[in-house]
Write a protein that binds this ligand. Structure first.
Ligand code: GTP
Ligand code: MG
Length: 380
């Protein structure tokens, strides 16, 4: 096999030879750019620069190697060292049957906190809000606009909720979507707190709700079990202080933390195209810190953070763990449930995106061929 000359290798990677020299010195290899290096050393250099080293046999001695760029999505960080972990806000999701009052409860919490001068104005579109508890500690609240979205999030393993507030209307009791929400929360092993809502309505029967909960395997504390149940009304505000206190307490017990310096990851919980903004997504940061200008991959699409808006529509430059933000800078509408993952460069993000899109196209083409074959077989 022909020798691997440093300057050739640099060329193949689109680098200047001197850019490899420093790496070589670190590897205790002392050569001049026109000299050859061992394949093992070449492989290490390729690895360090995001390339895969492959030697290619050629008829005539000219080319010595083929260098193919491969970029991979950074893996989530495991076993984070203690000293890098910082406390983060709990992520609390309101779930339940249609019209049982999830949005109204969230509105109440946000409004009362606005009144207390602790959070800003109201936005209608974003389904995620940052508020402060009674001791000034941040909490992140999530509204579920429809259970389908939550299912998708769960299915893709992007369920980032810490606590589920199961909203059950006291005049309606447990309904199909309530049951589904219970199943989701249980499957994802989330702490459930029940808010028995609409207690102000004539015909409200909070006791019946508790009995029904028991039938679904959730025994309320006042029935001798371990499920906290609070009677509330989003209309009058009754019981709301108790609910918030309980949430803060529960969050404290969970001792939630994340590493703000890790490679950034954020879950897409909502995506839409908006006039003047293009494709936007509401994301919640899981780890690391999102920054304006950061290149990223999100499923089959690459992007670069153009700007970020907090839940009050105010631009922010950075967003740390558990923060909900609206993200601008997608080339195309991202999929709910996908994750925005920080990439080292725009080039790397674009390459990975085109690879993924190519794979998808192939899958589709394969599928089309197969169905044509199926049609043929059906006719035969
Ligand atoms: P979806 O998002 O469609 O699943 O509904 P939701 O659970 O968010 O319910 P929403 O908050 O939109 O409330 C539905 C209706 O119930 C609205 O008309 C609210 O005004 C009313 N409502 C909510 N909470 C209460 C309450 O505590 N008391 C009374 N009287 N009405 C309530
Ligand atoms: Mg709602």
């Amino acid at each position: 096999k022909p020798p691997i000359v440093v300057s050739d290798l640099a060329d193949a990677m689109g680098l200047k030879p001197f850019q490899l020299m420093a790496d070589l010195i670190k590897l205790q290899v002392f050569v001049a750019p026109h000299q050859a290096i061992e394949p093992e050393v070449a492989e290490k250099l390729c690895d360090q620069h995001g390339f895969k080293f492959e030697r290619e046999k050629r008829e005539k001695g000219a080319g010595v190697h083929k260098v193919e760029e491969v970029f991979v999505e950074p893996e989530p960080e495991e076993d984070v060292p203690e000293d890098k972990l910082e406390l983060r806000a709990p992520i609390i999701t309101f779930m339940g049957h249609v019209d049982h009052g999830k949005t109204s409860l969230l509105d109440y919490v946000r409004n009362s906190r606005v009144a207390a001068g602790e959070a800003g104005g109201i936005t209608q579109h974003i389904g995620a809000y940052g508020v402060k508890d009674d001791q000034g500690r941040p909490i992140t609240l999530l509204d579920t606009p429809g259970h389908a979205i939550f299912s998708k999030m769960r299915a893709r393993g992007a369920d980032i909720t810490d606590i589920v507030v199961l909203v059950v209307a006291a005049d309606d009791g447990i309904m199909p979507q309530t049951k589904e929400a219970i199943d989701h929360a249980k499957a994802a092993e989330k702490t459930i707190i029940v808010a028995v809502n609409k207690c102000d309505v004539a015909g409200a029967d909070p006791t019946r709700v508790r009995t029904q909960l028991m039938e679904h395997g959730l025994t309320p504390v006042d029935f001798g079990g371990d499920i906290e149940c609070v009677d509330v009304s989003a209309k009058t505000g009754a019981g709301m202080e108790d609910l918030l206190e309980l949430l803060a307490l529960q969050a404290e017990v969970l001792e939630l933390s994340a590493n703000p310096t890790a490679n950034a990851r954020a879950a897409v919980i909502e995506a839409r195209v908006q006039a003047g903004k293009g494709a936007t997504a509401t994301v919640i940061v899981e780890s690391g810190t999102l920054k304006v200008g950061m290149p990223f991959i999100c499923g089959p699409f690459s992007g670069k953070i153009k700007s970020m808006l907090d839940d009050n529509g105010k631009p922010v430059k950075t967003a740390g763990p558990a923060t909900p933000v609206e993200l601008l800078g997608f080339a195309e509408l991202p999929n709910v449930g996908d994750e925005v993952v920080e990439m080292e460069s725009e080039r790397a993000a674009k390459k990975l995106a085109s690879e993924r899109q190519g794979e998808k196209r192939n899958e589709r083409l394969g599928g089309a061929q197969k169905s044509r074959l199926d049609d043929f077989m059906a006719l035969a």
